[in-house]
Design a binder for this molecule. Structure first.
Ligand SMILES: [Zn+2]
Length: 521
């Protein structure tokens, strides 16, 4: 018995250890403790399960967003890290209910479709014929078509004749077929764009015009170009439901409609508007002992769109910085500077949470040595740039040197780099001259598969890559916290644009603190 036990233990160790133990390279005992903790006691899966499965998507203004704020505070507190929810504004309160969307003629099929965020609900199911918006060759064309939408469910996106992912055409088609398809796709999208111009409306404004002309629902298909993946954003109608249908079924409905088969749908979408909801940033704080009024910031937005679970945008960033905070608290006692973990609200509608934070806390922004922002998917970090700070190479280079080389060997650095004007929350800090660094992830098909899509789910997380990121986040925070003096924040001379004019350092943008700007009046 005993013997067998020993053998199986060795076999187990041989399988499970090499990833880290053979490669542990940090000479700093604190960093090697970070590594051991991640290797033996990672909480990433638990955190992901609680946040993504247990709470779900975190659209601004929903009860799930508030539940996520509360969960984060409680989780930090469980680790003896003080945390709070800081209110920064109010948003239209809404809760998603069911979406049951069925084709009922010419045959029956329950569709892979969903209401968009903030879609008006149906009182009883809307049962109506579908009309496909055709190609318009003139404004008059559009005007004469418009009355036909009365009483109909309008298909407002183009159909796709080529529903496979491009890489498949590239891999399997003959060279001739691939050329032909590529050209046909380009022609179709040019033709659609021109047709849209004749309407005088945009994707955002046309739904309301259809509503005004008596449409009973608007359906789109915001296909990413990857089979099965659609992006799910907000509705642009005021009283009628607006839904997204997966490309495969959408294009079928479109073909049926344009071929006179008069397909019919039944749309039952439920949801509730509930006045106003408060918006919060969740801020956790490990107080510094020597320089408590100087800050290292771990940053990730907690909110998401709600087509799926918001797993890679940005559940992975959230659990990475939370887990880093946990191990910092455990293995880095008496941190010199204060370490803040900031989980932002309403990033998706324009960096609202982080912009509000930098407006509300100039004393923090001014005394921040570095912001490490995690918001580019599930991949291991492969890109860090100096964000436009002339001397960034000096300190960032030294900090990265303390990170084990099986992690840094994947990272390409660019110095001094350039400051982002937007895109994610580090930009809010950069606008005020605080060193804000985007931790750029390996791609994992982020743009096509998961970014804002109905496929952004737990199973897409690559936990091995996140473990690297946790060690990176903790080590950079530790090093920044220990840095003897405040870093040099001189800005680089900005490069010329294409016309030969010097580009400018990004200006601060005002935080939106209500949802008034966002919704059609
Ligand atoms: Zn994001």
């Amino acid at each position: 018995m005993r013997k067998i036990k020993t053998i199986s233990l060795i076999a187990f160790m041989a399988v499970s250890l090499p990833l880290y133990s053979q490669q542990t390279t940090s000479t700093k005992p604190i960093v090697s403790n970070f590594e051991k903790e991640v290797q033996n006691h990672s909480q990433l899966k638990n955190l992901a399960q609680e946040l993504l499965d247990g709470i779900g998507p975190r659209l601004v203004g929903t009860p799930q967003m508030e539940a996520a704020n509360n969960w984060a505070v409680q989780t930090f507190q469980k680790w003896n890290i003080p945390a709070r929810n800081e209110e920064f504004g109010k948003w239209k309160a809404w809760e998603r209910g069911i979406s049951h969307i069925d084709m009922i003629s010419p045959w029956v099929k329950s569709l892979d479709a969903t209401q968009l965020a903030w879609s008006p609900a149906t009182k009883k199911p809307v049962v109506a014929e579908v009309i496909a918006m055709p190609i318009f060759n003139s404004e008059a064309d559009f005007k004469s078509w418009l009355p036909k939408v009365k009483g109909k469910i309008v298909l407002m996106s183009p159909k796709q004749d080529f529903g496979r992912s491009d890489y498949q055409y590239k891999e399997f088609a003959t060279e001739e077929t691939y050329q032909k398809i590529t050209e046909a796709k380009k022609n179709a999208s040019d033709t659609w764009r021109k047709s849209m111009e004749f309407t005088g409306f945009t994707q955002n404004t046309l739904p309301l015009e259809l509503e005004k002309n008596g449409a009973v629902a608007v359906a789109i298909s915001n296909w990413t170009g990857i089979m099965g993946a659609n992006r799910i954003f907000g509705a642009k109608t005021k009283t009628i439901p607006m839904i997204d249908i997966n490309n495969e079924e959408y294009s079928m409905l479109y073909r049926l409609a344009e071929n006179g088969k008069a397909p019919k749908l039944s749309i039952n979408v439920q949801s509730q508007f509930k006045g106003e909801a408060k918006m919060y940033n969740t801020i956790a704080e490990i107080k510094g002992t020597e320089k408590p009024n100087e800050y290292v910031i771990l940053s990730a937005h907690l909110d998401s769109w709600d087509g799926a679970q918001g797993a890679t945008d940005n559940g992975t960033g959230v659990i990475t910085v939370m887990e880093a905070a946990r191990i910092l608290k455990k293995y880095y006692p008496n941190n010199k500077r204060t370490i803040l973990v900031c989980l932002w609200g309403s990033e998706e509608q324009g960096l609202n949470g982080s912009r509000a934070f930098v407006e509300d806390h100039p004393e923090i922004v001014e005394n921040t040595i570095a912001v490490f922002n995690f918001d580019s998917g599930t991949g291991r970090i492969v890109r860090i740039n100096g964000a436009g700070f002339e001397k960034s190479y000096d300190y960032m280079g030294r900090w990265l040197n303390a990170v084990p080389d099986y992690i840094t060997k994947h990272i390409e650095t660019t110095f001094p780099g350039s400051p982002s004007g937007g895109g994610s929350d580090h930009a809010s800090f950069l606008a005020y001259g605080a060193p804000g660094f985007m931790m750029g992830s390996h791609n994992w098909g982020y743009g096509g598969y998961t970014w804002h899509t109905n496929r952004d789910t737990y199973d897409k997380i690559v936990f091995d890559d996140l473990e690297y990121n946790v060690i990176l986040a903790a080590t950079l925070s530790y090093m920044a916290s220990e840095e003897p003096e405040m870093v040099n924040k001189d800005r680089r001379i900005m490069p010329m644009d294409k016309e030969g004019n010097p580009t400018k350092w990004p200006e601060p943008k005002k935080a939106e603190r209500t949802s008034d700007y966002y919704f059609v009046k």
